[in-house]
Ligand binder design. Sequence first.
Ligand code: TRP
Length: 346
Amino acid sequence: MQNIQLSNTHQSGSVKEKILTGDRATGQLHLGHFVGSLQQRVKLQHCYDQTILVADMQGLTDNSHNPHKVSSNILNVVADYLAVGIDPLKTTICLQSAIPALAELTMYYSNLVSIARLERNPTVKNEIQSKSFGRSIPAGFLTYPISQAADITAFKATMVPVGEDQLPMLEQTNEIVRKLNSIAEEEILVECKPLLSRVPRLPSVDGKNKMSKSMGNTIMLSSGEKDISKAVKAMFTDPNHLKIEDPGRVEGNVVFTYLDAFHPDSTYIAELKENYQAGGVGDGTTKKILEECLQEILKPVRQRRENYISDKGQLVNILKEGTERSQDETNQVLSSVKRAFGLDLF
Ligand code: TRP
């Protein structure tokens, strides 16, 4: 976990960092989000002006054939935020598609970015390959980094908590910022910097992939007791650790990766690892320790989530209120960008 106290140096001065983060609304959030970003956001909201964007438009860029996947997950994502402790009084939670300035800014910025530059973005490049888009790539997908630049700059975000894969988006954002400022001959947009989560990406239960939002190899925040138990029992360990007395491998052993991420007592886990490596600890034992720990963490989250999801009206109100609060500030940025292009007749 990033040391938030240390990175909070600007607070005492006149500059207060502004944070923007977001998630595509394409599925419920899972344990990977929990350790990778959600816990960090819960801490950050106490020290910073933080906005979280439910990125439904970005979700559509590769789901136009199945828009329900996006629309049906907007409130799921909001319920996940609230369940882990994101407080709508401290963090503004808003909906991308309901903030017109974001789409307008995307349109203006798209004149500043070449197709060659878009095709060079390594994250997008990987995604294009893995989705086998070829020439059928939706224009919206190729250009989503421009839309993300609109999100970041519209909120004047100075700090964006992200995983490694999002670094190219921030680089492209800052290129747009510099171009626009040079056209405007004044600093109307601010550059952003990443706040990298130090937590390594959590593997899926089978140890083969990163966690995906589709159920199966993933423990969701909403997973019930039985699903958690089943997932832990199915976890990849050390295929050569056949008998309890065999020495076991800790590296690549998903149970230990999860214990490192979730167990509160790291000294205890260090001892457990030593014993496991020496031989004498069975996978049944390590899995039991992990299951107890995950059940304890997820039970209150699941209960809060169930309460929120049973009151959709309240979720809509929270999202609507945060979205309304975001209109003014994003419109101001839009106005200054239009002014930079001389499009401010009225
Ligand atoms: N690209 C992010 C994701 O895939 C979502 C996102 C959209 C975002 N707009 C953002 C993240 C602005 C940070 C800042 O989850």
